[in-house]
Design a protein around this ligand. Sequence first.
Ligand SMILES: [Zn+2]
Length: 167
Amino acid sequence: MTIFYDEVMIVGGSLSSKTCKINSVEVTQYGAGMVAISGSISFPDGRSDYLAAMNNAWSGNFGRYTVSTQMLQGTGGLTAYINKAPGESPTADIGGPNLNLNSAVGATPTQMAYARWAAGHELGHSFKLRDQYTEAGPNSGYENEIMGVDGGKPNETTIDSLLYNCK
Ligand SMILES: [Zn+2]
């Protein structure tokens, strides 16, 4: 994806880009609709397979945006601790570097599916995004959205908010 963007820039010559940071994560917007997210995340307790879940969750076509997320395993960026029991609610501070994700030990397939989705949701909190649900359910407009509902994905509004948070 990165190479593709580079080619577009060279051939077209008209796509401007701008880069900003949320936490230690770098966000580059090419033209109006292409967004590349990259950074490092360490997994001191193992279970780096959540990395793929995070990158998958935050890559794709979301409304007018095409987003490519490539978080790489490494230190100096975010840290994902695997310190929640299967089924327990994972946590992350809004805009903070630390994520607390579910252990896979003893997890059922349903709990693992939740844990992988939740890894993407918690990464959203590291992107300074807030929960978009209450006890009554997802907020209006967030019924299928990653910060609003289990199994949800980013949408155009999500990426708008992410770019707004990026300075
Ligand atoms: Zn949350």
